[in-house]
Design a protein. Structure first.
Length: 425
């Protein structure tokens, strides 16, 4: 199956699984379960489940390499807890002082809060079409959760709690950006996040009185759901899709979450779906349609201003190699490493190769050539995804440079100058 299709299936599964979270939380709270105890045991289950996921996918050796680097593990764990853990605890705590409606509105501001960080930290181009598309999704959520009354959430609001929740959402947004930029192995990442969040959950469990929840059938079901699907697979699917697709596209899709929650609640809890909830589906649908016509959004933004004006545009193709079998490419993707690429005509490629331009410009850098006849470096599904990202034809060569983006840009800048000199001679 194509990489892009897999990513869309994953975001769909993440949407459906994540939509159950408020319902499961309601079942747990209504059953008299201490929420801090509930989350501690959920993290305990999630740690076991995510370790089994690592073993099942054959990533145990990679996990050992991660563990051998404590600094990297701690950074991943802190980012993971900032993304998910703070949100779990923050929403639960804030709803003691403000309405669930207001908490939902603040939480769902994530897509808009992410916009400034996308070009700055992810180097993804933001277009007006993407801003409009995301705004439609957020407005749809706002209308739905307030029932069409724009002042419904303001009455009795505690400004300190609202600002604190907004800060938590902003931290969570930054953590998501960090994950997209710095993580490639999602299976190992999930285990590191869950296992290293467990001590924090345990301390909060002790602080709240260390109440052991009564194991009723509904409590057991809620714990198993939270630990296995939600904290392991839903988060895993979401990060994989987020790492593969355009950031704004995933954010747009995730705006459907409240609508799916309402639909599931109608089935499981016999709650009525209000007509204004359909506004979410309609407005998000329009937003997704707008993004499908946007070809510039999400393309790579060079750090070097001269490269930004170059006639040799750069593409970030790192997402095509998240599961690469090539050790040469995989070794360059650690930390902030990326795989950047440009496309050249076969004629220009052969000319530059013959004149030694690649050897001169690429000294000390990881350089890879790829043509449609190559089979060793790039798999079939990676080839299809590369073609989709870059729009390459059969008569074009993809020139990739992997490692630190700024060094890759310098290489491509030199190659662009060599190409212009070659064309003029």
């Amino acid at each position: 199956m194509d990489i892009k299709k897999k990513a869309y299936i994953m975001i769909t599964l993440a949407l459906i699984g994540g939509a159950l979270f408020p319902i499961v939380l309601k079942v747990a709270v209504d059953g008299g379960v201490n929420i801090y105890s509930f989350l501690f045991f959920a993290y305990l289950i999630a740690t076991v489940a995510s370790f089994l996921l690592v073993v099942a996918t054959g990533k145990l050796s990679k996990l050992k390499r991660y563990v051998a680097n404590p600094k990297e593990c701690i950074i991943i764990a802190i980012s993971g807890f900032a993304f998910a853990g703070l949100i779990y605890y923050g929403i639960i705590y804030s709803e003691q002082f403000i309405s669930a409606t207001l908490a939902t509105v603040v939480y769902r501001l994530q897509p808009l809060l992410m916009l400034p960080f996308i070009p700055l930290l992810l180097r993804e181009r933001i277009t007006k079409m993407q801003v409009v598309a995301l705004s439609l999704g957020v407005i749809g959520i706002y209308i739905a959760v307030t029932g069409g009354n724009p002042f419904a959430f303001a009455l009795g609001a505690n400004s300190t709690i609202v600002l604190s929740l907004l800060a938590i959402v902003l931290i969570s947004t930054l953590a998501m950006v960090f994950f997209k930029r710095h993580t490639t192995d999602m299976e190992c990442t999930m285990f590191i996040i869950n296992s290293m969040s467990l001590p924090v959950a345990f301390l909060l469990f002790l602080y709240s009185g260390a109440h052991i929840p009564t194991l009723t059938p509904s409590t057991i079901a809620a714990l198993l759901y939270m630990g296995i699907p939600m904290m392991t697979f839903v988060t895993y699917f979401y990060f994989r899709a987020f790492r593969t697709l355009k950031t704004t596209v995933v954010s747009n899709y995730y705006c459907l979450s409240p609508f799916i929650t309402a639909s599931v609640a109608a089935v499981l809890l016999s709650e009525t779906i209000q007509p204004y909830y359909l506004v979410i589906a309609a407005m998000v649908g329009v937003g997704i349609l707008i993004q499908s016509f946007d070809k510039k959004g999400g393309t790579y933004v060079p750090m070097n201003k001269s490269q930004a004006k170059s006639d040799l545009p750069i593409f970030d193709v790192t997402s095509a190699f998240l599961n690469t079998k090539s050790e040469a490419i995989e070794s360059t993707m650690k930390g902030s490493g990326r795989v950047l690429a440009v496309k050249l005509s076969r004629k220009v490629h052969e000319k530059l190769k013959a004149t030694g331009s690649y050897d001169t410009a690429g000294q000390g850098k990881k350089i890879f050539f790829y043509t449609h006849s190559d089979r060793d470096l790039v798999s079939n599904e990676e080839r299809r995804f590369l073609s989709e990202i870059m729009g390459t034809g059969n008569d074009e060569t993809v020139l990739m440079c992997a490692g630190r983006p700024e060094e890759s840009e310098q290489f491509f800048d030199t190659i662009g100058a060599s190409q212009r000199n070659s064309d003029s001679s």
